[in-house]
Design a protein around this ligand. Structure first.
Ligand code: ADP
Length: 239
């Protein structure tokens, strides 16, 4: 029941179709990479998944709850890391997380336990009392991922979480989130346009101009070609 199911979802900005009949399912414990070039529709899909936008075309189910009919139940099962950082830079990591915990109705000892567990999972416990402003980009991102885990959601959504980070930070964060899916059974949807963040055992959904071009294990989609070439060929970006 902990997965994410998207069925025949479409969305338009006026006359501009951004998503056209998108369907795919991500099972619990699966890391799903949503790969697509700029303009593919990734951010639009994330906006629909977080109910920033709504659509009457199609259905989204989060951990068994219909997002349109039971929005509060469904949203309570979502942890989200947006592309733009939303940390309060003047607060410590711990206080950023406390504030978020309070928004979810968690306080006192229960909140502290959750905060510590989330920070430990991201290898960030020793930075709990540093000001967000003093952290490097990779550590800020990790703090945000930890924050998204505090209410113990079944589904974690990350919209291009490694944008602007150096190679070592990108690798560390990609590995942390892969481990998270595997070890905790959370469902992960990771939007990216970077093919090297995708591992063989991942589910790979290729989105292009609002439509799904492929949905299978990364190893299957890739075949014996390097993923980057395959991706570029499929999306026509190579020509
Ligand atoms: P991605 O996140 O994959 O780069 P987007 O979801 O941002 O893709 O965009 C999908 C399509 O919708 C693109 O063609 C983009 O130009 C268009 N689009 C995005 N936002 C708007 C908007 N506010 N108004 C009109 N068109 C938009």
């Amino acid at each position: 029941m902990g997965g994410l199911k998207i069925t025949d979802v479409s969305f338009s900005y006026g006359a501009k179709t951004a998503l056209n009949g998108v369907s795919f399912e991500v099972k619990p414990g699966q890391f799903c990479a949503l790969l697509g070039p700029n303009g593919a529709g990734k951010s639009t899909l994330f906006a629909l998944l977080t109910r920033l936008f709504t659509t009457r075309q199609g259905q989204i189910t989060v951990a068994g709850a219909d997002l349109a009919r039971q929005p509060r139940v469904a949203l309570a099962q979502i942890g989200v890391v947006f592309q733009q950082s939303t940390l309060d830079l003047d607060l410590s990591v711990r206080r950023n997380l406390r504030y978020f915990a309070a928004l979810h109705g968690l306080s006192g000892a229960q909140a502290e336990v959750r905060i510590l567990a989330a920070l430990e999972r991201l290898d960030m416990a020793e930075r709990a009392d540093e000001r967000a402003r003093d952290l490097n980009g990779g550590h800020r991102r990790r703090a945000e991922i930890a924050r998204a885990l505090i209410h113990d959601p079944a589904v974690l959504l990350l919209d291009e979480p490694t944008v602007g980070l150096d190679a070592a930070s990108r690798r560390a964060i990609t590995n942390h989130v892969h481990d998270l899916a595997q070890q905790t059974g959370k469902t992960v949807l990771w939007a990216t346009h970077l093919t090297d963040e995708v591992q063989d055992s991942d589910q790979l959904v290729v989105l292009h101009r609002g439509q799904i071009l492929a949905n299978d294990s990364c190893a299957t989609v890739r075949g014996d070609r390097p993923l980057a070439d395959d991706f570029l060929l499929r999306t026509g970006a190579a020509t």
